[in-house]
Design a binder for this molecule. Structure first.
Ligand SMILES: Nc1nc2c(c(=O)[nH]1)N[C@H]1C(S)=C(S)[C@@H](COP(=O)(O)OP(=O)(O)OC[C@H]3O[C@@H](n4cnc5c(=O)[nH]c(N)nc54)[C@H](O)[C@@H]3O)O[C@H]1N2
Ligand SMILES: Nc1nc2c(c(=O)[nH]1)N[C@H]1C(S)=C(S)[C@@H](COP(=O)(O)OP(=O)(O)OC[C@H]3O[C@@H](n4cnc5c(=O)[nH]c(N)nc54)[C@H](O)[C@@H]3O)O[C@H]1N2
Ligand code: SF4
Ligand SMILES: [Mo]
Length: 706
């Protein structure tokens, strides 16, 4: 018998698609995009089209396991019962609490599933336990902080509106890879004559489809935006009415802009002054310009300031209020769930420490101070592959005195370090409800097939652990949908008719706000206006006005001038969702061998040839990858696309060996794209783990003002 089930894609992707799963004889045989969903529009990406490779992966974890023998690559496991596995985990947590205090227990979770219930299932358990709290900042924290400063929230004009724009800037985003469901809106605009410009650090898939590509040096976009704003003001291409009614601090901004003539923008960004002027004039003369800003852009030590600065641009021309115009980066501010009712932050004892997920490497190697981490509980996170400074994470995970539980679908790098492994279900097997960070729809997944093997969801695991630890709060005994109903039960959502019942009936519901322009009634800032000048930033000791802040680990730092260093950026791969595609046969084949991309001149100067192994080194570590010589990458920039785990890397070293635990200027996010690197022939080292000397001490980790 053939049946079709409607679900939501659980991957950490802005599109949060509605999917139709074909099930035959209890087996998922096909996945397709739901033609009825206004954002999905029947389209599906390559990652999800081939997702049966993950549901039925030969290496899928189907039973609880216990490690036998040493930790690390090649670790061996034997099957145990759920009883044994949970008893062992509970006993270790009890013991660690008694000996070192509950803060010696650290949960690490991120975005294997974006289902609201399962993504956050451990929160109340670890709060009740008194464990160290995890600050989950990998993805949107820095851009949210930047948007908060200017707009007051993580909101923007709905990307569907792009269909009515006449001028589109794709700024630090590669939607053909990371956000494909906006392409039909862009195409519709283009058919009516809109121009599409990509501003990025390399010519990616989307840049090749666009009308124009503007390469910028990594971490310099604020200077480009300020140069454009300088021209807009100088040439009177601004909307004084909008500025007067809806913004704060224009006079201060105008003065600041005097410091950023196009010539300065050129010197900082590498974009010729004439090109800065052209970009500004096209933008200023457009009827309804739309900026789709990427999140990747914010993964720099100055990332929040970059986001905040670009978000000022549409206000100068009044684009936020124009049909088809405006700006979008994230929509997380729209949904207004009562997560506290679910997560119970009040159960965590006062003063409990918080550990930033960016700094898990430091936490595990004792570099943060405080109680040692003795029990690590990793769920829906490929920590050893995706967290920055993977070398430090790996050294921590190798500690003999660390007890690690990993709850996973697949055998990831992290599993190699687990004492106990618990089997998790895929979304086809695990009901949940969803919001989105790239569009404005709630969605529901009631599952399609029973869990494979003995897999249990995050939600179930924490209910079972709570029982073992004797937690008596009724929360731990409530059913999944009871919890969902409580999370959705807010006055705003109730008024808008957004309830679990309504979601069951309609399958997806739009968030209750004016999605075309969430700022039509004012901005959710302290002043109610878009803040060119931010008193909150001033109070934080930051520059209250938009500014270009040079990267300390960047070519503008005199300490690095003339050293021939490359700015290394590590953007997502087309066939993977973070490291998740590493586990799918067709994704691996589609993505092919991972390579280092360099400009022909940079390759020549270093004696590097196409296809040859190159050692790429930063202050954190080094990896070896074959070279691709390409003019798609500007001079001075190096690109390695795709989050590849160690076990799927030729040298046993994943890309995040190269990244740092530095934090962004606001939001405490990661700096995956702020790296200075050297590249040298791997063969020239006679097997030595060496190459040109580059020490951690040479590179200050944080950004400083000039
Ligand atoms: N195929 C695929 N899709 C994905 C993901 C994936 O791994 N693979 N990951 C998902 C996740 S978790 C997220 S958060 C989103 C992120 O998706 P996006 O918001 O699109 O962000 P990124 O793709 O991380 O980065 C976007 C672009 O920023 C560029 N960039 C880096 N530094 C700079 C800079 O200084 N200036 C400019 N102008 N550009 C810069 C990179 O080259 C890259 O092309 O994508 C999601 N979708
Ligand atoms: N170099 C570099 N590194 C990056 C990025 C980058 O652009 N460059 N992007 C960063 C970003 S934006 C993000 S969001 C992070 C994401 O980092 P992660 O959250 O680690 O994302 P994934 O690599 O997709 O790993 C998720 C894991 O969860 C498992 N999983 C899926 N569903 C479930 C479930 O229901 N339960 C359990 N227990 N497990 C499940 C999957 O099998 C998978 O191994 O990576 C970051 N790392
Ligand atoms: S990964 Fe993104 S584009 Fe692909 S199906 Fe999931 S939500 Fe849609
Ligand atoms: Mo992300």
């Amino acid at each position: 018998m053939k049946q079709e089930f409607q679900t939501i894609c659980p991957l950490d992707c802005p599109d949060a698609c509605s999917l139709l799963l074909t099930v035959e004889e209890g087996r998922v045989t096909a996945l397709r995009g739901d033609p009825g969903h206004p954002f999905t529009q029947g389209l599906i990406c390559t990652k999800m089209r081939t997702y049966t490779d993950i549901i039925y992966a030969p290496g899928r974890i189907l039973h609880p396991m216990r490690r036998v023998g040493p930790k690390g690559p090649g670790a061996r496991f034997e099957r145990v019962s759920w009883e044994e596995a949970l008893d062992a985990a509970a006993a270790r947590m009890r013991e660690a609490s008694a000996r070192w205090g509950a803060e010696s227990i650290l949960p690490v979770s991120y975005s294997g599933t974006m289902g609201v219930l399962n993504r956050n299932a451990g929160q109340r358990f670890f709060h009740r336990l008194g464990a160290s709290k995890l600050l989950r900042t990998l993805c949107t924290a820095a851009c949210k902080a930047g948007l908060d400063a200017t707009l007051g929230a993580g909101l923007g004009n709905d990307c569907a509106g792009m269909a009515r724009s006449d001028h589109i800037l794709l700024w630090g985003t590669n939607p053909a890879t990371t956000n494909m469901h906006i392409l039909p809106f862009i195409q519709a605009a283009r058919e009516k004559g809109a121009k599409v410009t990509v501003i990025d650090v390399y010519r990616h898939r989307t840049a090749k489809l666009a009308d124009a590509f503007v390469p910028v040096r990594p971490g310099t976009d604020a200077a480009l935006a300020l140069g454009m704003m300088h021209v807009l003001v100088r040439e009177g291409l601004i909307d004084r009415g909008y500025i007067g009614r809806w913004t704060l601090g224009f006079e201060a901004l105008r003065k600041r802009l005097e410091e950023y003539p196009p010539e300065r923008a050129e010197a900082v960004t590498g974009v010729p002054a004439a090109e800065v002027e052209r970009l500004a004039r096209e933008y200023g003369r457009a009827r309804a310009p739309f900026v789709r800003m990427g999140i990747g852009l914010s993964r720099h030590a100055n990332g929040a300031m970059i986001v905040r600065t670009i978000a000022c641009l549409p206000a100068l021309v009044g684009a936020y209020a124009k049909e088809g115009g405006g700006l979008f980066e994230i929509s997380t501010g729209a949904f207004g769930l009562d997560l506290a009712a679910y997560e119970r932050p009040e159960w965590s004892p006062g003063g409990t420490r918080t550990i930033n997920i960016v700094e898990v490497g430091k936490a595990l190697t004792g570099a943060l101070g405080g109680p040692p981490v003795k029990v690590l509980f990793v769920y829906h996170c490929a920590a050893a592959a995706t967290l920055p400074d993977a070398g430090a994470v790996r050294r921590g995970l190798l500690r003999e005195d660390l007890f690690t539980v990993v709850h996973e679908i697949l055998h990831t790098d992290t599993v190699d370090y687990a004492d106990i492994v618990l089997p998790a279900p895929t979304f086809a097997e695990s009901p949940d409800f969803f919001t989105s960070y790239g569009q404005y729809f709630f969605g529901l997944n009631e599952g399609a097939i029973p869990p494979r093997g003995e897999a249990k969801s995050n939600y179930e695991v924490f209910s079972l652990l709570a029982e073992r630890l004797g937690f008596e709060e009724p929360d731990f005994r409530e059913g999944l949908w009871e919890a969902a109903a409580r999370i959705l039960d807010t006055p705003r959502l109730r008024r808008a008719g957004i309830t679990l019942e309504a979601l069951r009936e309609k399958r997806y519901l739009q968030a209750p706000l004016n999605t075309a322009n969430p700022f039509a009634g004012g901005f959710p800032t302290p002043s109610g206006r878009l803040e060119f000048y931010s008193e909150r930033m001033e109070r934080m000791g930051l520059d209250p006005l938009p500014a270009h802040v040079p990267l300390a680990e960047g070519p503008e730092n005199p300490a690095h001038a003339g050293r021939g260093m490359l700015q290394l950026v590590l953007p997502p791969g087309h066939h993977f969702l973070n490291s998740t595609g590493n586990g799918g046969a067709r994704s691996m084949k589609g993505e092919g061998e991972q390579r280092l991309f360099l400009h022909p001149e940079d390759a020549r100067e270093r004696g590097l040839a196409e296809g040859e192994p190159v050692r790429v080194r930063t202050a954190r570590g080094s990896i070896v990858r074959p070279l691709r010589v390409t003019e798609d990458v500007p001079r001075g920039v190096a690109i390695i696309p795709g989050v590849r785990a160690s076990r799927h890397s030729p040298d046993g070293r994943g890309v995040n060996e190269l990244t740092s635990q530095a934090l962004t200027d606001m939001g405490e996010g990661p700096c995956y794209h702020t790296n200075l690197a050297e590249a040298a022939p791997a063969g020239a080292e006679n097997g030595r783990e060496g190459g040109p000397a580059l020490t951690g001490a040479a590179i200050p980790a944080t950004t400083q003002a000039p």
